[in-house]
Design a protein around this ligand. Sequence first.
Ligand SMILES: Cc1ncc(COP(=O)(O)O)c(C=O)c1O
Length: 422
Amino acid sequence: MKDNIIAIDKAHVWHPFDVLHADNICIEKAEGIYLYTSDGRKILDAISSWWVNIHGHANPIISKAIYEQALVLEQVIFAGFTHPPAVNLASKLMEILPFEVDQIFYSDNGSTSVEVAIKLAMQFWYNQSIKRTKIIALEGAYHGDTFGAMAVGERNVFSKPFQPYLFHVEFLPHYTCSEQECIAHFEQLAKTNDIAAFIYEPLVQGAAGMRIYSKELLSKLIAIAKEYQIVCIADEVMTGFGRTGKLFASEYINLPPDIMCVSKGITGGFLPLGVTAVNKKIANVFDSLDKEKRFYHGHSYTANPLSCAAANASIAILTSEECRKAILRIEQSHQSFLSQMLGHPQIKSIQSLGTILSIELNIGNETSYFHNKRDELYRFFMNKNILIRPLGNVIYVLPPYVIKNEELEEIYNAIIELLNLS
Ligand SMILES: Cc1ncc(COP(=O)(O)O)c(C=O)c1O
């Protein structure tokens, strides 16, 4: 049975970012921070299964919420109809999102939440008959794999085949320039009055290598954007729901966005769901009976009741005192490991924010999937039954909040062992 699954998978199932006919490990069940394989291994999920599983796997409260919702209403078209889980979730999000939200738009995942945000920002100007054609994004940005999201992401080998089809975006250098140069460049672009929107991953650029950047810089850029009425889009798909120590990374910055994208942790990693939240300034421009001004965007599973029920349950756990303490405990644990490792000869840089810990190894510069050591690093941790997916020469830990101190220690010890080997 197990061999059959693996054989069919290898022959016919296409996995993301991988070669065809790859060997994949079959997971039969998961609980808490552990994945259980069909051949008897127990793997510690140190990256919350691609940053989604904030409360660990098979959380019984979320499972029960989905089950109970499924018995009542599993799905209904969201055009012309609504339902309690979607409205309750919208109310909750309006309460916890760190800006004055006027409208909540549902979609299916992080990329679609970004597509919606970009389209809303573009149509915001179109509806007012104002010509603004450009978007600013940050050097190293990643916002997803659909076309709009790809266009506002750093151009690299992932997007190369599609390059001719991607719209023009101004990428703001902020690693390869000084802060003053970056700000001056941004201001120069803003002054053209042709910038429709500025999109950013607040404080942490995830796919770029869990790079934590200056909140002062980001605050200054947002302040300039506001001065020139540029629509600010905070992509909190990775940073949202407690990941950076606060509920949302935008809380570290005094200036609120106009649009925020959230997904990943929203359902506790149970079901796909994307949300694009907008303020009144944006919403007002669409608040019209004019058919030309309507936002024509929707997905079959928009506001799926099971996803919304999972999100409501996940947010209730997230906002509990127990979860807040767990996040703080992980943050302190990462900080103390960081202090212990500072100055290690094999470490180029080590950073931590909230529950994120990232270490850039002293083995070449390239933070890409194609770094020659990347697969070796991945295998090193997998041989110890720890799931860590290095981003090139960067290893990072982004655990479910239910991880215990001794389990964090196990990860840190494996990292130390790796460093002492090199
Ligand atoms: C900041 C950010 N935005 C958008 C996305 C895309 O989300 P999804 O993979 O759910 O489409 C990601 C995924 O890693 C992300 O990190």
